[in-house]
Design a protein around this ligand. Structure first.
Ligand code: NAD
Ligand code: DAU
Length: 357
């Protein structure tokens, strides 16, 4: 039985990856390691938590001693690393936390994998090549595009926010461990995800939450920034494909060819919400409020995922409007989940954010 460590499995994307691996591979033992920060939530995995091939471990990837012990306790066959601080706005207020988790945390995992998998033994180097380290990264490492062009795997790194700088740094470390020590490493850089279990600090779930509660929908600047949105379950499927099929040392971009300006996206979302909440058409859009722009706000992201499509045969499955409607339905049907994550510290954080504006 293969043992796979998935980090950050209680978060948004991680929970979809854990669910996919646990259900698709009953012969794998999946260990989900998560610190359960504000963004991690075990309710995200209620439906699979009792499966015999699933184990949850609470722990912090910045704690090197703990990570080394975990790798001593289990002989992992592979790691799918998603644990991270992931919100750009929070990185602007607290960059050091992003360096700790995203850079130091990643290097701790790389060191433990190197010791566990590549230390010479009388039988030779334990498992060089056999054990895979998969780093889940972002398109934000490439910086920003103008009105045309797309990010490819060879686009030069040019991060602008503390978040993207920390992810770029962790990508460089993963490549360095491949090039220097022969670690079997792969990286993927994905565009903006949307879908169920998305923490309501990001544009789509925050807007759904605010529309439902008749609160302002904050749009940064003029709403002209462009993001390329991908259904989260398509991202999880791409991770599965790359984990199993990519050659060591390779990188793949993942994206849905689905660019939207923020304002156009929110207009579509408002229409769906009007319909679902039996409001008059145009009612939800009255909540749109233009606020001060994000510092260093990247203008446009667009991913060229043709390498993944041609080499490994992955294609996105859902049209955006269909996915957005499914997402809205999920939030409206899971009021308890939303109420849970929007109580306590969440409220304090948002009160501070709004006072600043
Ligand atoms: P998220 O914020 O929803 O989840 C992050 C998870 O990591 C949480 O469960 C949290 O508890 C855990 N975590 C944080 N710090 C930890 C630590 N020190 N030790 C152990 N666990 C810790 O993030 P997400 O949106 O699901 O993103 C997951 C990964 O995918 C990240 O690496 C992110 O950079 C990347 N990514 C995200 C997107 C997106 O659109 N959300 C797109 C591309 C790439
Ligand atoms: O591109 C991949 C990245 O996508 C991931 O690496 C990040 O982890 C993920 O958070 C996401 O980053 P963004 O900054 O693009 O996502 P966010 O939902 O925060 O913002 C999307 C766009 O909407 C962006 O242009 C900023 C804008 N925005 C965001 C919020 C939260 C608003 O206009 N108002 C808001 O309240």
């Amino acid at each position: 039985m293969k043992k796979i460590l998935i980090t950050g499995g209680a978060g948004f994307i991680g929970s979809h990856v854990v669910r996919l691996f646990v259900t698709k591979y009953p012969n794998y033992q999946i260990i989900n390691l998560d610190k359960l920060t504000y963004a991690g939530n075990l309710n995200n995995l209620k439906d699979i938590e009792k499966k015999s091939n699933y184990t949850f471990v609470k722990g912090d990837i910045t704690d090197a001693g703990f990570i080394n012990e975990l790798f001593n306790l289990h002989t992992f066959d592979g790691v799918v690393h998603l644990a991270a601080e992931s919100h750009v706005d929070r990185s602007i207020s607290n960059p050091l936390e992003f360096v700790m988790t995203n850079v130091i945390g990643t290097v701790n995992l790389l060191n433990a994998a190197k010791t566990s998998w590549l230390t010479p033994s009388p039988l030779g180097r334990a498992g060089e090549g056999a054990h895979r380290f998969y780093h889940v990264s972002t398109d934000e490492v490439y910086g920003t595009l103008g009105e045309t062009g797309m990010f490819t795997e060879t686009t030069a790194y040019d991060p602008h926010s503390p978040y993207s700088a920390s992810k770029a740094s962790s990508d460089h470390f993963v490549r360095a461990y491949h090039d220097t020590y022969g670690l079997n490493a792969v990286i993927s850089n994905c565009s903006n995800n949307y879908g169920s279990h998305h923490f309501p600090e990001k544009l789509i779930p925050l807007s759904i939450h605010n529309i439902k509660n008749n609160k302002a929908i904050p749009i940064y600047g003029k709403g002209e920034n462009v993001r390329d949105w991908l259904w989260v379950e398509d991202h999880a499927r791409a991770i599965d494909t790359i984990y199993h099929q990519a050659k060591t040392g390779t990188t793949y971009n993942i994206g849905g060819h689905n660019e939207w300006t923020n304002i156009d996206l929110i207009q579509v979302l408002c229409k769906i919400m009007d319909k679902k909440l039996n409001r008059e058409e145009g009612e939800s859009a009255k909540l749109i409020t233009f606020v001060k722009d994000r510092a260093g706000h990247d203008l446009r992201y667009a991913i060229d995922s043709s390498k993944l499509q041609k080499e490994l045969g992955w294609v996105p499955s859902l049209q955006f409007e269909e996915g957005l409607e499914k997402t809205v339905d999920w939030y409206l049907e899971n009021e308890e989940w939303l109420n849970n994550v929007t109580s306590g510290d969440y409220l304090k954080y948002y009160e501070q954010q709004y006072t600043k504006r």
